[in-house]
Design a protein around this ligand. Sequence first.
Ligand code: NAD
Ligand code: WQD
Length: 350
Amino acid sequence: MANKTILVTGGAGYIGSHACVELLEAGFQVVVVDNLVNSKAESLARVEKITGKSLVFKHLDIRDKAALQQVFADYPISAVIHFAGLKAVGESCQQPLNYYHNNVYGTLVLTEVMQAANVKQLIFSSSATVYGADACNPYTEDMPLGAINPYGRSKAMVEDILRDLSEADRLNQSTNPWKIALLRYFNPIGAHSSGLIGEDPNGIPNNLLPYVSQVAIGKLAQLSVFGDDYPTPDGTGIRDYIHVVDLVKGHIKAIDTLAGEVFAQGGCKAYNLGTGQGYSVLDIVNAFERVTGRTINYKIAPRRAGDLAECFANPALALEELGWQVEKGLDDMVADTWHWQSNNPNGYEA
Ligand code: NAD
Ligand code: WQD
């Protein structure tokens, strides 16, 4: 493993920067490509500070085929972790072409370049959002898919493309078949324990934890709890929150798994990365108040369109085949979110 070079697309972003830390600490060489559309290069400087190791950063858009080809020509890449993409559900409804162009076409360019370079090990950032409303809790990987917004459909389309690519190699009896892990993330939260890297959303956050932590620090006045009439114990929505450091450790396990017995004949397989434990919105608010000693001002508001009552993973397949399980609990997630937010009230802005 040591000295293997991993290409990390979107490596300057929230999850990508945490992945870079774990990769460097595990002894990999890291090449990041990112167009910084939703991140700052400062995150990568912080990664180097945490690890005491350096990485290569190329400021480029993955849709720039020639630039991407040059990266594969310049570095001995053995596998790719593909985080680059746009991720805001509401924005995807307003700008569907932008989302399909970035997430779907971007992945087409990446896989074409990988195939031409004969680099065929890929870990893709998918999402629990690909599951349909007919899936039931806890979600297993074989449940029906049916994303309900352009963002989710862009992830589902990429999953289809990657399955087709793998199937073509099986039909063609390729001697170097594609080996692809589709990692379906549930709700990543938290930050590195150093407090140096974390989630730095642009503008007013859409997601619960960044919103709660900005209320706690006084940047936002009040949290709206979207619905208290769901069929859940306290009436608020339940999600499977997972510490971002546990999540990225699943990617390191996936690199090993792609190179091992499970993928000996190639293939494309999906794995849930969640804890298997659901928490409600009010559980999160209460945990945040208990761990930080701050009061979270909130009000009950109407349900948000498109939200499910409850969504949590069965992560058994990831344990069985990737050898991965979470190590951190809700208090770690909340404490690390707060450590990052309170040390960096304006994110990566000086
Ligand atoms: P992020 O926005 O922080 O990171 C994505 C990175 O990709 C950013 O640094 C951005 O600048 C870069 N990028 C976007 N388009 C690019 C392009 N065309 N070329 C090069 N770089 C590009 O998001 P994140 O939370 O770190 O998410 C990483 C991945 O995980 C995304 O694909 C996202 O859809 C997926 N995901 C995220 C969540 C979540 O809740 N955060 C859940 C499920 C899946
Ligand atoms: C969590 C819970 C809200 C904000 C989204 C994407 C999904 C994935 C992860 C990428 C829900 C409630 C939230 C607020 C609230 N991303 N909430 N007040 O919706 O589960 O998932 O992020 O793949 O695709 O849809 O996460 O953090 O937005 O919401 O009450 O201000 O918090 O209703 O129950 P969600 P979230």
